[in-house]
Ligand binder design. Sequence first.
Ligand SMILES: [Zn+2]
Ligand SMILES: [Zn+2]
Length: 253
Amino acid sequence: MRVRLLPGAAGTVSREHFLMSYVIDGRVAIDAGSIGLMTVEEQLALTDVFISHTHMDHIATLPIFLDNVFAPNRKPVRLHVSVETQAVLERHLFNDVIWPDLVRIGAVGTKFFEWETLVPGQPVVTGDLTVTPLELRHVIPTLGFLVESPTAAVALISDTAALDNVWDRLREVPRLERVVLECSFPESMRWLADKSMHLTPRDVADQLTRLGRPVSVSIVHTKPAFREQIERELHDLKIPRLELFRPGEELVV
Ligand SMILES: [Zn+2]
Ligand SMILES: [Zn+2]
């Protein structure tokens, strides 16, 4: 399985995580922060898009992407969302004000996309991948994802505050090789991490203890203003098998 963290910035390569989206095996997107900035060919190759939550860094280019890949008689993209996320997208995004109401327009003729409802804990099969949504703890309803291929498994956990149940669930996945985990703020910004329901480096160390078994860890969602400080603090904690997942990089698991 190939998991690519898409760059958020156009032009030059940036280390910063402005916009969040992963593409798995060139076909399945997790979040839509920057999928609408890929080449048209890369966008047309996506059959399924899973959305974790509706914060802008995770959906910024969703409307652009859906417009880019639309063509008459083309099989519509499957948009996998929770009930809560669907309600927000219908009310605040596809409302003819921020973006055309693609649901209404697509009701006659070719659809722009198909809604697929995600329920935490219920796996979705697409091709040879199984994607299981996991309930995270964030300021709005948010999902993480366990993605399994016939040979490997990876968990994508962002955005969230400290978790318990999810680690219990992941401990039972024998092939879990790697966890991609957020770390948004340094310790000095603990108050903001708590208010906005994100993790600091010490939280990351604590969360991995709760998982209770060794895995490789890739860190994402470091806020640009604090990235270097977060990296220093993570380095000092000497967490085994931890690395930073740089935008543009691809993990092979
Ligand atoms: Zn968020
Ligand atoms: Zn975010």
